[in-house]
Design a protein. Structure first.
Length: 259
């Protein structure tokens, strides 16, 4: 088995195991704390989910580096880094709203090479290896074919801090006047995966962290989509801004955002 295939198998196992655990804890959370602000939540389930993911990874790749939302960075002796979001959509999870996931991406020399995103509520697994396409539950997926913003459904998310929320609303108002519909469901990783499989035609957000997008942005690209920063430049997972689309509406979406 090639190394990338082995790593994807481990990523899938980690995401599914942690996802099933998280789903079993819906409505049974013991602690809910805040991080950067009152709307930036972390629960005991996030922390345990992360331990589950890291434990599975370390059994197979003890030398690899880990970058995880709750525990930060753990240095390794190899050039591979696993980027982990144990629950993307924690606020949804805390309220029992079934739109959250576990995201596991792998980076080699600062380039994302594979990813797995698992939605336990719908039992949907999105996967990709760089250059090998994108898949939903083992079936190849592609972005939508819409060429018109007027016929497009766009997704977004709002930043946690007040200034970011105000900026988010400004962009929201720009886009809603031009597109068919906007959805704000609360998980950037799933929003990106929905772009990849054609449910959404585009997505933008800012105020994000590497673990929010590392796995899913590759899935969009491998499904034939485009991912950039909000200025249309090369996307970097360490940047806080992202725009993703089917490619056909990308320039128009960016133009509308900055009106």
């Amino acid at each position: 088995m090639k190394l990338e295939q082995k790593m994807l198998k481990v990523a899938v196992k980690a995401a599914k195991t942690a996802g099933k655990y998280a789903l079993s804890r819906v409505g049974k959370i013991q602690t809910i704390d805040t991080k950067m602000g009152y709307s930036d939540l972390v629960t005991d389930v996030d922390k345990m989910s992360e331990k589950i993911v890291i434990g599975i990874i370390k059994k197979s790749f003890p030398e690899h580096e880990i970058l995880a939302e709750e525990s930060g960075k753990t240095l390794g002796t190899d050039k591979y880094t696993w980027v982990i979001d144990p629950i993307d959509g924690t606020t949804n999870f805390a309220h029992g709203f079934p739109f959250f996931c576990v995201s596991v991406g792998v980076m080699h020399n600062e380039e994302i090479i594979l990813g797995a995103v698992y939605d336990p509520s719908k039992k949907e697994l999105f996967t990709s290896i760089k250059g090998k396409g994108a898949y939903l539950n083992g079936k190849r997926i592609k972005v939508s074919l819409h060429t018109s913003i007027r016929k497009s459904m766009i997704a977004t998310g709002f930043a946690y801090h007040v200034a970011g929320k105000i900026r988010s609303i400004k962009y929201f108002m720009n886009v809603i006047k031009k597109c068919q519909a906007i959805r704000r469901a609360g998980s950037a990783a799933l929003d990106l995966c929905y772009v990849a499989c054609g449910r959404f035609d585009g997505f933008w957000e800012f105020g994000l962290s590497p673990w929010d997008t590392a796995a899913a942005y590759l899935i969009v690209q491998e499904a034939g989509g485009i991912v950039t920063n909000l200025e249309g430049g090369k996307y970097d997972i360490y940047a806080s801004c992202i725009a993703a689309s089917n490619g056909k509406i990308h320039k128009k979406l960016l133009s509308i955002l900055h009106q």
